[in-house]
Design a protein around this ligand. Structure first.
Ligand code: MIC
Ligand code: SF4
Length: 808
């Protein structure tokens, strides 16, 4: 089945005209990224030469994808928006809630029992509101999207940071929080600061042991985890054309690890081949007709320095395989230096487990190349030293690799094939012995390797590499092993060398699958019931956050001053906590439990400033909440790096934290905070981080005249009676200030598309919004018992639905 043909046809018909107009306004040849962005402006957005890294622009993405762990919150919010149906094609993918333990079949059965309530909820909401639903076991969101929905020149958003994977098929695909997805599903514009553009010119050709993964591992080493922030990375050059489409997907996927808004490649033969192989020859034919619009203008790639804000050049013929880590994906080490680095840094060199697969690296090409190494184990009389696991990206890939004998090859080296799901990548891994917290090393072909991520053990040193290198290292069981130069001793005591991997870009017999695991939505969803039990510990209907009280925030306590890396995994851990992703109050019990307290260097131990006692972060915050005292969280650089999970913004909001003040933010997290009505602030002077004392009482001043580009200030009332004032910046535009005033972006939605608002009347809108929230508050006071009980909310949604007008 080919999805979205009409939508793609309409877009392609309009693209040449839109691009020509944009080229005229911009006044110079366009990059591919610009062509896609400019041809997806929202109908109310005036075309102008947007300032990169400056202008906020309203876009109209073609589609939305959500995975189960984030879809719950997104769809709970969508339900309160009162729309009868999603306005753009949207899908839900069940992939994050399956624990990898015994093997695919049993693990899937267990997940279907454990998370039945959540899967039923997602399935019935999808059915009701017109979303495609991919069942547990169907595959990982990004692989399924690449195989079915991604198309050259398209624009999509997804509630997962690795949505960017679809750049492999020439899309601009961007990871967002659930509230952003709600905007688009509700037919409203989606706002993004117009990105800067980084060009990566690839020359030469991959050979021997190097793989696409090594390109992004190298780029991550150059740009670091924050070097791509606010930018789209566009790859081009002969080297790019030589890569497979899925290899391009891998590179774009891990662009999330450098903070990039997204990454993309121009349409080429590899994409055409992939579209045809995945049953979308029609899309390829349509794309071929407007080929020149699906890549940059020729002048751009001839003189990239004139058109990109930054240009990086990588010669693939000279590129070495890399292994990145531990604990951060940008610590890049070429394989030839790994032995020395391991010795210098005291990394444990015995490899316990090698894991391949995930959304990043589970293509047919990846698996076939890894299997070519696994095959050599028997052929050369070797024995695999480390435990070895595989998580296929989709049922289509799994079915095909089984048919082609690769699973059988992996079986022979004792590998365990887990379900087509995230599994160990997101800590859904029942790893035996992890609870002993021993220092140990694992290597994987995933994308992230933050502390505790895979198995919950902070002492697991996780390294990221290509599936080929991971397989070779797992066979050797030794981080000191360089497959390019070193020999292994086989069972017969002979010295043998592994031959470089070989494989097929696409299956020569074509892809095949029996049951892809897709459920189409009901034609008329109005009668479909969505059930949320008020006593559930997995799902909880949302109550609106309170509007801003209209005055400066005074007397705030410091909840935590986080030291060093504070990713969304530190703010809202995944693993066993994933099961509470649909229940805001329950998941709030993991708030910042992974962050290091600057003052005592301990994890999950902060001072309760009301009692002077130390306790766990969520407990201390609940104590402040119980007293009606607000608080503030202070953080370091790139705060909120990693995931798109908006829980990392909703939890502090729910528990009464008022502001997050950091040296710098990761893009998605900063937007998530704004959407949920939080104050996201940055130090005007980064040194002021050192002025914040553990027991300060803090005031945020200037909120009554909160306006774009105007800093706020903080008064630090120290316990010795002295006071200091520091200046703090923010990046709120006028519309985002309305979210803060209203208590959240969702509070402003109230059944009326944003597009209906006139930009020139922002002040009036602000007033209206505050009035509306005040009226809501009044109504709530008048009926204090009207808590968000299941029946009432469902009724309310139904009533809203009746009154809601469809936009298009
Ligand atoms: C991840 O890789 O960290 C996740 C889990 O896929 C997240 C989404 C989530 O937290 O649910 C992401 O990348 O956005
Ligand atoms: Fe799933 Fe891991 Fe990919 Fe996130 S990075 S979508 S957890 S496989």
């Amino acid at each position: 089945m080919v999805f979205d043909l009409d939508m793609i046809k309409a877009l392609y018909a309009a693209m040449p005209g839109r691009i020509a107009k944009a080229r005229k306004v911009v006044g110079k040849p366009l990059t591919l990224s610009e062509k896609i962005l400019y041809s997806h402006l929202h109908s109310d957005q005036k075309l102008e030469n947007f300032g990169r890294g400056k202008s906020y622009v309203d876009f109209a993405p073609d589609r939305v994808a959500m995975q189960d762990a984030t879809a719950q919150m997104a769809l709970l919010q969508f339900m309160s928006a009162g729309r009868p149906k999603v306005a753009v094609p949207s899908t839900v993918h069940c992939d994050h809630l399956i624990v990898a333990k015994v093997g695919a079949k049993d693990d899937l059965t267990n997940a279907n029992t454990e998370s039945k309530e959540v899967f039923n909820f997602l399935s019935s909401v999808s059915n009701k509101y017109g979303l495609g639903f991919w069942k547990p076991g169907a595959g990982i969101i990004h692989q399924v999207v690449l195989e079915n929905y991604a198309f050259p020149g398209g624009m999509m958003i997804g509630t997962d940071s690795h949505t960017v994977n679809a750049g492999g098929l020439g899309m601009v695909a961007i990871g967002v929080g659930g509230a952003d997805a709600v905007d688009v599903m509700a037919g409203m514009a989606w706002e993004l600061k117009f990105p800067k553009l980084i060009g990566v010119k690839l020359t030469g050709k991959l050979n021997g042991w190097t793989a696409s993964k090594d390109i992004i591992l190298k780029v991550a080493g150059i740009l670091t985890v924050k070097g791509g922030t606010g930018a789209i990375v566009e790859y081009f050059g002969d080297g790019a054309i030589n890569l497979s489409c899925t290899g391009k997907g891998t590179i774009c996927n891990m662009g999330a690890e450098i903070g990039a808004t997204t990454s993309t490649f121009g349409y080429d033969n590899s994409m055409e081949r992939y579209l045809i192989a995945t049953g979308r020859a029609e899309v390829a034919r349509m794309a071929n007709k407007i080929k020149e619009h699906l890549t940059a203008d020729p002048e751009v790639y001839q003189s990239p320095e004139k058109y990109f804000n930054q240009v990086i050049e990588i010669n693939l013929s000279e590129l070495e395989p890399h292994l990145n880590g531990p604990f951060t994906p940008d610590l890049a080490t070429p394989i030839s230096k790994l032995k020395d680095e391991a010795a210098k840094n005291g990394w444990p060199t015995k490899i316990e487990v090698g894991l391949i697969g995930s959304c990043t690296n589970s293509s047919y090409e990846d698996i076939s190349r890894s299997a070519s190494l696994a095959k050599q184990v028997a052929d050369k009389g070797l024995k695999t030293k480390a435990v070895f696991t595989i998580t296929p990206g989709s049922e289509q890939v799994r079915y095909t690799i089984e048919r082609d004998g690769f699973i059988n090859t992996f079986d022979k080296i004792g590998a365990k094939v887990f379900a087509n799901a995230c599994g160990p990548c997101i800590g859904m891994w029942a790893r035996v012995g992890a609870e002993r917290k021993e220092k140990n090393t694992i290597v994987h072909s995933f994308n992230r390797n933050f502390q505790s991520r895979n198995d919950g053990n902070p002492n697991t040193y996780a390294f990221v590499g290509s599936p080929e290198l991971v397989t070779a290292l797992a066979i050797a069981g030794d981080l000191n092993f360089n497959p390019l130069t070193d020999y292994l001793t086989n069972e017969r005591g002979e010295k043998v060398k592994l031959d470089p991997p070989t494989g097929d870009e696409l299956p020569s017999k074509g892809f095949d699958v029996k049951d892809p695991g897709f459920q189409a939505p009901a034609k008329d969803g109005s009668k479909v019931q969505v059930a949320v039990s008020p006593t559930s510990d997995r799902l909880q209907l949302l109550a609106p956050f309170k509007a801003w009280e209209g005055v400066d925030l005074k007397g705030l306590r410091l909840l935590i001053k986080a030291k060093g890396k504070c990713t969304t995994d530190h703010i809202s851990m995944a693993g066993k906590w994933l099961k509470f992703r649909g229940h805001l109050d329950n998941i709030s019990n993991n708030l910042l439990i992974g962050a290091t307290n600057f003052f005592n260097e301990k994890i999950n131990s902060v001072r309760n400033n009301l009692t002077g006692q130390f306790d766990e972060v969520p407990k201390v915050q609940r104590a402040y909440k119980a007293q009606g005292i607000g608080s503030i969280v202070v953080g370091d650089e790139n705060y909120g790096e990693g995931s798109s999970r908006e829980h990392a913004a909703m939890e502090p909001r729910h528990l009464g934290v008022r502001a997050i003040l950091v040296k710098s933010f990761a893009r998605i997290h900063e937007t998530n905070l704004k959407k949920q009505g939080m104050l996201a602030l940055t130090f005007a002077n980064k040194e002021d981080y050192n002025k914040i004392k553990e027991d300060d009482i803090i005031d945020i001043v200037g909120l009554t005249s909160f306006s774009p580009d105007k800093p706020l200030s903080l008064t630090l009332n120290h316990s010795n009676g002295s006071k200091e004032s520091i200046s703090v910046n923010h990046s709120y535009n006028a519309n985002q200030i309305l979210w803060f005033r209203a208590g959240s972006a969702l509070n402003l939605m109230g059944g009326k598309p944003k597009a209906a608002k006139k930009k020139t009347a922002k002040k009036a809108v602000a007033k209206k919004a505050v009035k509306k929230v005040a009226a809501k508050k009044k109504a709530k006071k008048a009926a204090p018992k009207a808590k968000a009980s299941k029946k009432k909310v469902v009724k309310k949604a139904a009533a809203k639905k009746k009154g809601a007008k469809k936009k298009k």
